[in-house]
Design a protein around this ligand. Sequence first.
Ligand code: NAP
Length: 355
Amino acid sequence: MRAVVCERWGHYRDLSLREMPAPPLRPGTVRIGVHYAAASFGTTVMVAGRYQRAFELPFVPGVEVSGVILEAADDVRQFSPGDRVCAALDHGGLADEAIATAHTVYPVPDEVSLDIAAAMPLTYGTACAALRWAARLRRGQTLLVNGAAGGVGLAAVEIGRQLGAEVVAVAGNADKLRAAEQHGAAHTLLADDELVQRVKALTGRRGVDLVIDPVGGAAFEAALHCLAQHGRIVVIGFASGQVPQIAANLLLVKNATVTGFNFGQYVGWGRVDERQRHARRVGAMMRMLLDWTAGGVLRPAVAARFELARFAEAFDEVLARRSVGRVLIEIGAGGAAVHRPTLSPAPIRSGARRA
Ligand SMILES: NC(=O)c1ccc[n+]([C@@H]2O[C@H](COP(=O)([O-])OP(=O)(O)OC[C@H]3O[C@@H](n4cnc5c(N)ncnc54)[C@H](OP(=O)(O)O)[C@@H]3O)[C@@H](O)[C@H]2O)c1
Protein backbone atom coordinates (compact mmCIF):
# COMPACT_ATOMS: atom_id res chain seq x y z
CA MET A 1 0.00 0.00 0.00
CA ARG A 2 0.99 3.69 -0.25
CA ALA A 3 1.83 5.40 3.02
CA VAL A 4 3.33 8.65 4.25
CA VAL A 5 6.18 7.69 6.58
CA CYS A 6 7.88 9.63 9.37
CA GLU A 7 11.43 8.27 9.66
CA ARG A 8 12.90 11.03 11.83
CA TRP A 9 11.46 13.87 13.89
CA GLY A 10 11.23 17.06 11.91
CA HIS A 11 9.24 19.04 9.41
CA TYR A 12 6.23 17.48 7.68
CA ARG A 13 7.90 18.31 4.34
CA ASP A 14 10.53 15.66 5.25
CA LEU A 15 7.92 12.88 5.42
CA SER A 16 8.18 10.43 2.52
CA LEU A 17 5.43 8.81 0.47
CA ARG A 18 6.33 5.20 -0.29
CA GLU A 19 5.06 1.68 -0.85
CA MET A 20 5.05 -0.59 2.20
CA PRO A 21 3.28 -3.76 3.35
CA ALA A 22 -0.18 -3.21 4.84
CA PRO A 23 -0.15 -3.45 8.67
CA PRO A 24 -1.36 -6.76 10.17
CA LEU A 25 -4.82 -7.14 11.65
CA ARG A 26 -4.69 -7.82 15.41
CA PRO A 27 -7.38 -9.12 17.78
CA GLY A 28 -9.92 -6.40 18.55
CA THR A 29 -9.10 -4.38 15.41
CA VAL A 30 -10.48 -3.68 11.96
CA ARG A 31 -8.78 -2.83 8.68
CA ILE A 32 -10.12 0.36 7.11
CA GLY A 33 -9.73 1.26 3.44
CA VAL A 34 -9.03 4.94 4.05
CA HIS A 35 -10.96 7.39 1.90
CA TYR A 36 -10.12 10.61 3.76
CA ALA A 37 -7.66 11.57 6.47
CA ALA A 38 -7.72 14.90 8.27
CA ALA A 39 -4.59 17.07 7.97
CA SER A 40 -4.43 18.71 11.37
CA PHE A 41 -2.19 21.09 13.25
CA GLY A 42 -1.68 18.33 15.84
CA THR A 43 -0.18 15.98 13.23
CA THR A 44 2.51 18.54 12.37
CA VAL A 45 3.41 18.64 16.07
CA MET A 46 3.46 14.82 16.24
CA VAL A 47 5.91 14.43 13.35
CA ALA A 48 8.10 17.14 14.87
CA GLY A 49 8.39 14.97 17.99
CA ARG A 50 6.84 17.70 20.16
CA TYR A 51 3.52 16.01 20.94
CA GLN A 52 2.60 14.96 24.47
CA ARG A 53 2.34 11.38 23.22
CA ALA A 54 5.37 9.29 22.25
CA PHE A 55 5.66 7.40 18.94
CA GLU A 56 8.28 4.90 17.88
CA LEU A 57 10.08 5.68 14.62
CA PRO A 58 9.36 4.98 11.85
CA PHE A 59 5.61 5.49 11.92
CA VAL A 60 2.79 6.50 9.58
CA PRO A 61 1.11 9.67 10.88
CA GLY A 62 -2.63 10.41 10.62
CA VAL A 63 -5.06 9.92 13.47
CA GLU A 64 -8.49 10.87 12.10
CA VAL A 65 -9.95 9.06 9.08
CA SER A 66 -13.07 7.90 7.29
CA GLY A 67 -13.45 5.01 4.91
CA VAL A 68 -14.81 1.51 4.49
CA ILE A 69 -14.14 -1.62 6.56
CA LEU A 70 -12.07 -4.11 4.54
CA GLU A 71 -11.69 -6.76 7.21
CA ALA A 72 -12.52 -7.33 10.89
CA ALA A 73 -10.72 -9.55 13.41
CA ASP A 74 -12.63 -12.69 14.48
CA ASP A 75 -13.44 -11.19 17.90
CA VAL A 76 -14.96 -8.03 16.38
CA ARG A 77 -18.68 -8.60 15.86
CA GLN A 78 -20.01 -5.08 15.33
CA PHE A 79 -18.30 -4.34 11.98
CA SER A 80 -18.32 -6.16 8.63
CA PRO A 81 -16.56 -5.56 5.33
CA GLY A 82 -18.23 -2.75 3.41
CA ASP A 83 -19.39 -0.77 6.47
CA ARG A 84 -18.85 2.98 6.15
CA VAL A 85 -17.00 4.23 9.23
CA CYS A 86 -14.90 6.98 10.71
CA ALA A 87 -12.21 6.33 13.30
CA ALA A 88 -9.73 7.79 15.76
CA LEU A 89 -6.41 6.02 15.25
CA ASP A 90 -3.23 5.65 17.26
CA HIS A 91 -1.43 6.48 14.00
CA GLY A 92 -1.38 5.17 10.41
CA GLY A 93 -4.11 7.28 8.77
CA LEU A 94 -2.06 8.68 5.86
CA ALA A 95 -2.10 5.39 3.99
CA ASP A 96 -4.34 3.29 1.77
CA GLU A 97 -5.15 1.01 4.71
CA ALA A 98 -5.20 1.66 8.44
CA ILE A 99 -5.74 -0.54 11.49
CA ALA A 100 -8.09 0.75 14.20
CA THR A 101 -9.19 -0.76 17.48
CA ALA A 102 -12.94 -1.37 17.24
CA HIS A 103 -13.44 0.76 20.39
CA THR A 104 -12.66 3.93 18.42
CA VAL A 105 -14.47 3.15 15.15
CA TYR A 106 -17.90 4.70 14.54
CA PRO A 107 -20.52 3.77 11.90
CA VAL A 108 -21.32 6.59 9.47
CA PRO A 109 -25.02 6.95 8.53
CA ASP A 110 -25.87 6.79 4.82
CA GLU A 111 -26.89 10.47 4.82
CA VAL A 112 -23.40 11.59 5.87
CA SER A 113 -20.70 11.73 3.21
CA LEU A 114 -17.33 10.23 4.07
CA ASP A 115 -15.46 13.49 3.52
CA ILE A 116 -17.51 15.23 6.18
CA ALA A 117 -17.29 12.19 8.46
CA ALA A 118 -13.48 12.41 8.48
CA ALA A 119 -13.65 15.37 10.89
CA MET A 120 -15.97 13.64 13.34
CA PRO A 121 -13.87 11.32 15.56
CA LEU A 122 -11.35 13.84 16.92
CA THR A 123 -12.26 17.34 15.72
CA TYR A 124 -15.97 17.21 16.55
CA GLY A 125 -15.38 14.66 19.33
CA THR A 126 -12.97 17.03 21.07
CA ALA A 127 -15.23 20.05 20.71
CA CYS A 128 -18.33 18.24 21.94
CA ALA A 129 -16.67 16.50 24.88
CA ALA A 130 -14.94 19.74 25.88
CA LEU A 131 -18.27 21.60 25.89
CA ARG A 132 -20.24 18.93 27.71
CA TRP A 133 -17.76 17.20 29.99
CA ALA A 134 -15.22 19.94 30.74
CA ALA A 135 -17.09 23.23 30.26
CA ARG A 136 -20.40 21.72 31.46
CA LEU A 137 -22.20 24.07 29.10
CA ARG A 138 -25.80 24.89 30.01
CA ARG A 139 -28.45 26.29 27.68
CA GLY A 140 -28.47 30.11 27.65
CA GLN A 141 -24.84 30.54 28.64
CA THR A 142 -22.47 32.74 26.65
CA LEU A 143 -19.61 30.83 25.04
CA LEU A 144 -16.54 32.51 23.55
CA VAL A 145 -14.61 30.36 21.04
CA ASN A 146 -11.05 31.31 20.10
CA GLY A 147 -9.75 30.21 16.67
CA ALA A 148 -13.43 29.93 15.75
CA ALA A 149 -12.85 29.04 12.09
CA GLY A 150 -10.22 26.38 12.81
CA GLY A 151 -11.04 22.68 12.97
CA VAL A 152 -11.88 22.39 16.65
CA GLY A 153 -13.04 26.02 16.88
CA LEU A 154 -15.67 25.78 14.14
CA ALA A 155 -16.90 22.49 15.59
CA ALA A 156 -17.25 24.20 18.99
CA VAL A 157 -19.25 27.00 17.37
CA GLU A 158 -21.68 24.54 15.74
CA ILE A 159 -22.04 22.26 18.75
CA GLY A 160 -22.18 25.13 21.24
CA ARG A 161 -25.05 26.67 19.34
CA GLN A 162 -26.85 23.35 19.17
CA LEU A 163 -26.41 22.91 22.95
CA GLY A 164 -28.15 26.26 23.44
CA ALA A 165 -25.22 28.64 23.99
CA GLU A 166 -24.99 32.19 22.68
CA VAL A 167 -21.74 31.81 20.78
CA VAL A 168 -19.19 34.62 20.46
CA ALA A 169 -16.73 33.62 17.72
CA VAL A 170 -13.22 35.11 17.71
CA ALA A 171 -11.00 34.74 14.65
CA GLY A 172 -8.23 36.45 12.70
CA ASN A 173 -10.03 37.92 9.69
CA ALA A 174 -13.43 38.91 8.29
CA ASP A 175 -13.80 35.83 6.05
CA LYS A 176 -13.31 33.53 9.01
CA LEU A 177 -15.80 35.52 11.07
CA ARG A 178 -18.34 35.25 8.26
CA ALA A 179 -17.83 31.49 8.20
CA ALA A 180 -18.29 31.27 11.97
CA GLU A 181 -21.53 33.23 11.64
CA GLN A 182 -22.76 30.88 8.90
CA HIS A 183 -22.02 27.99 11.24
CA GLY A 184 -24.06 29.39 14.12
CA ALA A 185 -22.15 32.15 15.95
CA ALA A 186 -24.44 34.86 17.33
CA HIS A 187 -21.60 37.38 17.53
CA THR A 188 -18.26 37.60 15.75
CA LEU A 189 -15.20 39.53 16.90
CA LEU A 190 -11.73 40.00 15.44
CA ALA A 191 -8.85 38.70 17.54
CA ASP A 192 -7.25 42.11 18.04
CA ASP A 193 -6.21 44.47 20.84
CA GLU A 194 -9.77 45.63 21.40
CA LEU A 195 -11.26 42.19 21.94
CA VAL A 196 -11.67 42.50 25.71
CA GLN A 197 -13.41 45.88 25.43
CA ARG A 198 -15.71 44.54 22.70
CA VAL A 199 -16.69 41.50 24.75
CA LYS A 200 -17.40 43.74 27.74
CA ALA A 201 -19.58 45.99 25.56
CA LEU A 202 -21.38 42.99 24.08
CA THR A 203 -22.16 41.47 27.47
CA GLY A 204 -23.05 44.68 29.39
CA ARG A 205 -19.62 44.48 31.14
CA ARG A 206 -20.51 41.08 32.59
CA GLY A 207 -18.18 38.94 30.46
CA VAL A 208 -18.76 35.46 29.03
CA ASP A 209 -19.60 32.32 30.99
CA LEU A 210 -17.36 29.93 29.10
CA VAL A 211 -14.35 29.95 26.81
CA ILE A 212 -13.05 27.21 24.52
CA ASP A 213 -9.41 27.96 23.69
CA PRO A 214 -7.51 25.93 21.06
CA VAL A 215 -5.07 28.83 20.41
CA GLY A 216 -3.22 29.69 23.65
CA GLY A 217 -0.75 32.58 23.97
CA ALA A 218 -2.20 36.08 23.79
CA ALA A 219 -5.60 34.68 22.75
CA PHE A 220 -5.85 32.75 26.02
CA GLU A 221 -4.80 35.78 28.07
CA ALA A 222 -7.37 38.02 26.37
CA ALA A 223 -10.07 35.38 26.87
CA LEU A 224 -9.26 35.16 30.57
CA HIS A 225 -9.96 38.90 30.81
CA CYS A 226 -13.28 38.31 29.02
CA LEU A 227 -14.57 35.82 31.63
CA ALA A 228 -17.60 36.66 33.78
CA GLN A 229 -17.69 35.93 37.52
CA HIS A 230 -17.63 32.13 38.03
CA GLY A 231 -16.58 31.75 34.39
CA ARG A 232 -14.72 28.74 33.09
CA ILE A 233 -12.03 28.56 30.41
CA VAL A 234 -11.19 25.23 28.81
CA VAL A 235 -7.62 24.79 27.56
CA ILE A 236 -7.73 22.76 24.33
CA GLY A 237 -4.45 23.52 22.59
CA PHE A 238 -1.75 25.95 21.57
CA ALA A 239 -2.11 26.62 17.85
CA SER A 240 -0.29 29.93 18.42
CA GLY A 241 2.76 27.97 19.54
CA GLN A 242 2.66 29.75 22.91
CA VAL A 243 1.75 28.00 26.16
CA PRO A 244 0.24 30.78 28.28
CA GLN A 245 1.18 31.55 31.87
CA ILE A 246 -1.87 32.08 34.06
CA ALA A 247 -2.14 35.10 36.38
CA ALA A 248 -3.71 33.40 39.40
CA ASN A 249 -4.88 36.73 40.82
CA LEU A 250 -7.35 36.97 37.92
CA LEU A 251 -8.77 33.57 38.81
CA LEU A 252 -9.21 34.69 42.41
CA VAL A 253 -10.88 38.00 41.57
CA LYS A 254 -13.28 36.37 39.11
CA ASN A 255 -13.93 33.12 41.01
CA ALA A 256 -12.83 31.62 37.69
CA THR A 257 -11.90 28.08 36.75
CA VAL A 258 -9.30 26.98 34.20
CA THR A 259 -9.81 23.40 33.03
CA GLY A 260 -7.51 21.42 30.79
CA PHE A 261 -9.17 19.00 28.39
CA ASN A 262 -7.40 16.21 26.53
CA PHE A 263 -9.76 14.13 24.37
CA GLY A 264 -6.87 11.82 23.55
CA GLN A 265 -7.21 10.33 27.03
CA TYR A 266 -10.67 9.05 26.03
CA VAL A 267 -9.52 7.33 22.83
CA GLY A 268 -6.49 5.50 24.17
CA TRP A 269 -3.70 8.05 23.91
CA GLY A 270 -2.99 8.36 27.64
CA ARG A 271 -0.09 6.81 29.55
CA VAL A 272 -2.66 4.19 30.57
CA ASP A 273 -4.82 3.11 27.62
CA GLU A 274 -8.41 3.94 28.68
CA ARG A 275 -10.17 3.60 25.32
CA GLN A 276 -12.14 0.55 26.42
CA ARG A 277 -13.27 2.21 29.64
CA HIS A 278 -14.60 5.25 27.75
CA ALA A 279 -15.81 3.50 24.59
CA ARG A 280 -19.50 3.47 25.53
CA ARG A 281 -19.58 7.15 26.48
CA VAL A 282 -17.56 8.30 23.46
CA GLY A 283 -19.57 6.00 21.16
CA ALA A 284 -22.86 7.52 22.36
CA MET A 285 -21.49 11.01 21.75
CA MET A 286 -20.29 10.07 18.27
CA ARG A 287 -23.73 8.62 17.41
CA MET A 288 -25.31 11.89 18.50
CA LEU A 289 -22.85 13.97 16.45
CA LEU A 290 -23.31 11.81 13.35
CA ASP A 291 -27.12 11.89 13.78
CA TRP A 292 -26.99 15.66 14.06
CA THR A 293 -24.88 15.75 10.91
CA ALA A 294 -27.28 13.42 9.08
CA GLY A 295 -30.14 15.75 10.12
CA GLY A 296 -28.35 18.85 8.84
CA VAL A 297 -27.86 20.30 12.32
CA LEU A 298 -24.07 20.14 12.02
CA ARG A 299 -22.34 20.93 8.73
CA PRO A 300 -18.62 20.27 9.13
CA ALA A 301 -16.69 22.47 6.71
CA VAL A 302 -14.15 20.93 4.38
CA ALA A 303 -11.63 23.72 3.78
CA ALA A 304 -9.68 21.97 1.00
CA ARG A 305 -8.76 18.53 -0.29
CA PHE A 306 -5.41 17.28 -1.51
CA GLU A 307 -4.54 13.92 -3.00
CA LEU A 308 -2.12 11.76 -0.98
CA ALA A 309 0.92 12.68 -3.10
CA ARG A 310 0.28 16.34 -2.18
CA PHE A 311 0.07 15.71 1.57
CA ALA A 312 2.64 18.44 2.36
CA GLU A 313 0.50 21.06 0.65
CA ALA A 314 -2.40 20.01 2.87
CA PHE A 315 -0.31 20.76 5.96
CA ASP A 316 0.92 24.02 4.37
CA GLU A 317 -2.72 25.01 4.03
CA VAL A 318 -3.40 24.30 7.71
CA LEU A 319 -0.37 26.21 8.98
CA ALA A 320 -0.97 29.17 6.66
CA ARG A 321 -4.09 29.90 8.74
CA ARG A 322 -6.16 30.12 5.56
CA SER A 323 -8.42 27.19 6.24
CA VAL A 324 -11.99 27.23 7.50
CA GLY A 325 -12.80 23.89 9.10
CA ARG A 326 -10.80 20.78 8.21
CA VAL A 327 -8.29 20.24 5.41
CA LEU A 328 -8.55 16.70 4.03
CA ILE A 329 -6.18 14.32 2.34
CA GLU A 330 -8.12 12.28 -0.21
CA ILE A 331 -6.74 8.75 -0.39
CA GLY A 332 -9.00 5.98 -1.64
CA ALA A 333 -12.12 7.90 -2.48
CA GLY A 334 -11.46 8.02 -6.21
CA GLY A 335 -12.26 10.98 -8.41
CA ALA A 336 -10.19 14.08 -8.99
CA ALA A 337 -8.58 15.35 -5.81
CA VAL A 338 -8.08 19.03 -6.20
CA HIS A 339 -7.67 22.00 -3.94
CA ARG A 340 -11.15 23.39 -3.55
CA PRO A 341 -12.13 26.34 -1.35
CA THR A 342 -14.80 26.02 1.34
CA LEU A 343 -18.33 26.08 -0.03
CA SER A 344 -20.83 28.50 1.37
CA PRO A 345 -22.87 26.42 3.81
CA ALA A 346 -26.64 26.07 3.75
CA PRO A 347 -28.60 27.36 6.79
CA ILE A 348 -28.34 25.23 9.92
CA ARG A 349 -31.44 23.28 10.91
CA SER A 350 -32.12 22.77 14.59
CA GLY A 351 -34.15 20.37 16.68
CA ALA A 352 -32.47 17.02 16.07
CA ARG A 353 -32.32 14.32 18.73
CA ARG A 354 -29.98 14.87 21.65
CA ALA A 355 -28.17 12.05 23.44
N1 NAP B 1 -7.09 18.91 23.75
C1 NAP B 1 -7.45 18.07 22.79
O1 NAP B 1 -7.98 16.98 23.03
C2 NAP B 1 -7.20 18.47 21.34
C3 NAP B 1 -7.85 17.82 20.29
C4 NAP B 1 -7.66 18.29 18.98
C5 NAP B 1 -6.80 19.37 18.75
N2 NAP B 1 -6.14 19.92 19.81
C6 NAP B 1 -5.24 21.07 19.63
O2 NAP B 1 -6.03 22.22 19.40
C7 NAP B 1 -5.29 23.17 18.64
C8 NAP B 1 -6.12 23.59 17.45
O3 NAP B 1 -6.31 22.48 16.59
P1 NAP B 1 -7.13 22.64 15.24
O4 NAP B 1 -7.05 21.32 14.60
O5 NAP B 1 -8.43 23.28 15.48
O6 NAP B 1 -6.18 23.68 14.45
P2 NAP B 1 -6.51 24.59 13.20
O7 NAP B 1 -7.62 24.03 12.40
O8 NAP B 1 -5.21 24.87 12.54
O9 NAP B 1 -7.05 25.93 13.89
C9 NAP B 1 -6.26 26.67 14.76
C10 NAP B 1 -6.68 28.12 14.75
O10 NAP B 1 -5.77 28.81 15.61
C11 NAP B 1 -5.60 30.13 15.16
N3 NAP B 1 -4.21 30.55 15.29
C12 NAP B 1 -3.78 31.61 16.02
N4 NAP B 1 -2.47 31.74 15.94
C13 NAP B 1 -2.03 30.76 15.14
C14 NAP B 1 -0.75 30.40 14.66
N5 NAP B 1 0.35 31.08 15.02
N6 NAP B 1 -0.66 29.33 13.85
C15 NAP B 1 -1.74 28.63 13.49
N7 NAP B 1 -3.01 28.94 13.92
C16 NAP B 1 -3.13 30.00 14.73
C17 NAP B 1 -6.07 30.20 13.71
O11 NAP B 1 -7.16 31.06 13.71
P3 NAP B 1 -7.02 32.60 13.30
O12 NAP B 1 -6.18 32.67 12.07
O13 NAP B 1 -8.43 32.98 13.08
O14 NAP B 1 -6.40 33.26 14.49
C18 NAP B 1 -6.55 28.79 13.39
O15 NAP B 1 -7.79 28.81 12.72
C19 NAP B 1 -3.97 22.48 18.29
O16 NAP B 1 -2.99 22.90 19.22
C20 NAP B 1 -4.27 21.00 18.48
O17 NAP B 1 -3.12 20.24 18.78
C21 NAP B 1 -6.34 19.50 21.09
